[in-house]
Design a protein around this ligand. Sequence first.
Ligand code: DQA
Length: 156
Amino acid sequence: MTEATAGRDRPVVLLLSGPNLNLLGEREPDVYGSATLSDHVAVARAQAGQHGLDLEHVQSNHEGDLVEAVHTARGRCAAIVINPGAFTHYAWSIHDALAAFGGPVVEVHLSNPNAREPWRHTSVVAPVASGSITGFGGDGYRLALDDVAALLEDRP
Ligand code: DQA
């Protein structure tokens, strides 16, 4: 699923969503809440707009698609916000792609993986992120866009 914004005058933030996040709203609502992925994207896009940023969204259940999306963001997008889903915990190819991106990267999780099963306690994305926002549900997307805007302002 790809959604692109029309205008290209404003800096573009790429929001990446990993596997199974397309099922939000139906999937384990006790853990992830009742909002759909579209709801979260709408929040992120509205908050980006508040900061004069455009937002592009890519969701994929395939690791290579997310790697490609990061590659095509290089030199084109100002920042990346990523919820890699379960890829968070083992997808080193996403780590390496993000390391080659060059702009700010913010990691977001709806739940707090550190308070869950031990295999969720490792994030291979965190070492290449400016910061991680976990455990605040959908509010994490709003916070992530605020942080991206602040990080972009700090850059010359
Ligand atoms: C998640 C946490 C991951 O551990 C899990 O595999 C997901 C969702 C979150 O947003 O809380 O798919 O990234």
